[in-house]
Design a protein around this ligand. Structure first.
Ligand SMILES: [Mn+2]
Length: 319
């Protein structure tokens, strides 16, 4: 059995998309909402299986990875999140790059010699590597308009990944991936008025308008916090809204909080764009937190830990 295991955000989907456009393969798709990163533990692996694992932290999946390798599976792994210690194993092909200016889509782009480069750039935009993606567009000879199109597409696919459960999303990430397989180039997708792009564009416009109407609950030179209500649209927009805020005010950190059913907060933290470090370390201090230096989150932050969270951020970026 072949398993394609990928994060349900733009980077995860597009990393796999490039691989399968280049090398089509019958596989079982294993994915979920963007925050659902412990995907390896859900698979019942047998000897001889092949696993392709994309855009989920090796550190968070180390038990599942070790167990798959012990059972005799071969694993291709590409990622840019915290990896912990990478196991030495002849059946593990690990392609890990922790550079804050790369993403899994770009790691795959390199391995495929840029075969689906426009898709890879879309993944970079989706992971909010805007300057990097702009640069790649320039080098590839794309017009400003084409760059804007890839940016919007990446943002929309990324936006689709946010939610507490797949039911919150407009498209199950597995379904969206399969729909995108019909388009060897993102520019083909944009030409198709029935493509997921236009459905996501409309939905995004409605959600972002609601988020923009909510005032901040904490505002300093170093940090702004926005609390969104316990609504499906909040859970969908929180991460992409964090990116939008970060791009608007690149010297400040931003946290978007969404109330969970149990009154705790779902947290999305963005480091200042001009100082892309610390977010993963700060969120990892909380039991359900984790992520990358530039973008991280906490699944359930207790209400009474909110002040500690704010102080940690203020302290971290003060120096
Ligand atoms: Mn990624």
């Amino acid at each position: 059995m072949n398993y394609d295991v990928f994060n349900g955000d733009a980077d995860g989907i597009i990393a796999l998309l490039q691989l399968r456009l280049a090398n089509p393969l019958e596989s079982q798709l294993v994915t979920g909402v963007k925050r659902d990163i412990k995907l390896l533990q859900n698979i019942d692996v047998n000897a001889g299986d092949t696993l392709t694992v994309l855009d989920i932290s090796m550190e968070k999946n180390i038990d599942g990875l070790n167990s798959a390798l012990e059972k005799g599976a071969s694993v291709f792994y590409a990622d840019h999140h915290r990896c912990g210690e990478i196991p030495e194993h002849e059946k593990l092909d690990a392609n890990i790059d922790l550079d804050a200016n790369t993403c899994t889509g770009l790691i795959i782009d390199k391995l495929l010699d840029g075969k689906f480069h426009a898709w890879a750039i879309t993944a970079a935009y989706g992971d909010n590597l805007i300057a990097k993606a702009d640069d790649l567009c320039l080098q590839a000879g794309y017009s400003v308009e084409q760059a804007e199109q890839l940016k919007e597409l990446g943002t929309l696919i990324n936006y689709n990944g946010y939610g507490a459960t797949v039911a919150d999303l407009h498209f199950d990430p597995a379904t969206l991936y399969q729909a995108l397989l019909a388009y060897p180039s993102p520019f083909d997708l944009l030409k198709d008025l029935n493509s997921p792009f236009y459905k996501l564009q409309k939905a995004y416009g409605e959600d972002i308008a609601k988020a923009l109407a909510v005032p901040s609950t904490h505002q300093s030179a170093l940090l702004s916090i926005f609390e969104l209500p316990d609504e499906t649209w909040s859970r969908r927009i929180s991460g992409v809204y964090g990116n939008l805020l970060a791009n608007q005010n690149p010297d400040s950190a931003h946290a978007v909080l969404t109330k969970n059913k149990d009154e705790s907060y779902l947290v999305s933290l963005r480091a200042p764009l001009n100082n892309k470090q610390g977010a993963g370390d700060i969120c990892s201090k909380f039991a359900t937190g984790g992520g990358r230096a530039a973008a991280a989150g906490i699944n359930a932050l207790n209400h009474d830990a909110l002040n500690t969270f704010i102080e940690l951020i203020e302290q971290h970026y003060r120096h």
